[in-house]
Design a protein around this ligand. Structure first.
Ligand code: F6P
Length: 360
């Protein structure tokens, strides 16, 4: 009997179910007698022994569904070594559940923090396989994470919808896009939606340059300007601050603005006299069903994960490199973020079509 534990961890995204299905279908097709244990709400289920023994039918009809059938939760990596409210050692509790259930392997569908914990458990002697989830596409070592393309579609739709109203009212619109500390989602949605200005964390902006880009458009007779702003966008002044100084500043500003876009909106109104509106699609970007690309990618990633399990190749993160699905050591990725390279052709091409990053 091959006993495989599975959990979905961190913020949800599209194609979690499709990925679990990819793993399960491939395992059930093998010549092994397979039992899959689904832990509920991520690492919490593994810590507190909350799980479901899955049936093959649980993995049917879920290729196209959003969310995660197992539920998820955020269990920050930095708290993993801290005892829980009742003094329980979380890592020891997870190891104990794994052993008690006689698991041969644990499959973790998660982003950065979750894969760091996966690596920790692997270093603690468990057999672990990671699958690269996140709408942020910031997981180091993979060219693409599942969820990203579906989220990009939603963020792009938001920009598309803003286009018609922006044109009717001759206004400046800011669409705030998720992505945590990186700009992948904003940059791709901005390109796909035809944003005029794109602000991402990797290219700190100068508000005067952003205002200048709007004024240039006005001079060119353009009646509106659309900005795609990453939730992690940062000004040149703030980027120059130390971590401590930035934290202090953020604490001081807390409550004044619900998010960075509102602050940018205020500054732009002051600089340009234009009417600015802010739209925050927020968690809609993580919602709904996976798009065809994500369904296909997830199926491939899941199948590769199953191949690793059957080949007893553990401590690996399944990744996409170019067009090939392959795997790398979990510790090669753990703790590193994949940023947009400001010198990449991606940014250069965006500049070539006239997009301003508010930096020059
Ligand atoms: O990592 C996915 C993500 O949606 C980020 O883009 C965003 O910063 C964060 O999660 C939001 O987290 P939460 O759902 O916990 O508010």
């Amino acid at each position: 009997m091959l006993r495989v534990g599975m959990l979905t961890s961190g913020g949800d995204c599209q194609a979690l179910n499709a990925t679990m299905r990819g793993v399960a279908k491939s395992l059930y097709k093998s010549d092994k007698d397979v039992e899959i244990i689904g832990f509920l709400e991520g690492y919490k289920g593994l810590m507190y022994e909350e799980y479901r023994v899955m049936k093959p039918s649980d993995f049917s009809g879920i290729l196209t569904t959003g969310g995660t059938m197992l539920g998820t939760s955020r269990q920050p990596f930095k708290l993993m070594r801290e005892p829980d409210a009742n003094g329980m050692d979380k890592v020891e509790a997870m190891k104990s559940t794994y052993k008690k259930l006689k698991l041969d392997c644990l499959v973790v569908l998660g982003g950065n923090g979750s894969q760091k914990t996966a690596n920790l458990l692997s270093e603690e002697g468990l057999n672990v396989i990671g699958l690269p989830k996140t709408i942020d596409n910031d997981l180091y070592g993979t060219d693409m994470t599942f969820g990203f393309q579906s989220a990009m579609e939603i963020a792009t739709n938001a920009i598309d919808c803003i286009h018609t109203t922006a044109a009717s009212h001759s206004r400046v619109f800011i669409v705030e896009v998720m992505g945590h500390k990186v700009g992948w989602l904003t940059l791709y949605a901005g390109l796909a939606g035809g944003a005029d200005i794109i602000l991402i964390p990797e290219i700190p902006y100068d508000i005067k340059k952003v205002a200048e880009a709007i004024k240039i458009r006005e001079k060119e007779g353009k009646k509106f300007t659309i900005l795609a702003v990453a939730e992690g966008a940062i000004s040149k002044e703030d980027a120059a601050l130390s971590k401590k100084e930035l934290k202090k500043k953020k604490l001081k500003d807390a409550g004044r603005y619900p998010s960075i876009s509102y602050e940018i909106g205020d500054m732009l109104s002051a600089e340009t006299n234009v009417d600015v509106r802010v739209t925050v699609p927020g968690h809609t970007q993580r919602g709904g069903d996976p798009n065809p690309y994500d369904r296909a990618l997830s199926t491939r990633l899941g199948a590769h994960g199953a191949e690793l399990i059957l080949g007893k190749k553990f401590g690996r993160l399944v990744v996409l490199k170019g067009t090939e699905v392959t795997d790398i050591a979990l510790n090669e990725s753990a703790g590193k973020l994949k940023y947009v390279d400001p010198e990449s052709s991606l940014v250069r091409e965006a500049r070539l079509v006239g997009i301003s990053f508010g930096d020059k």
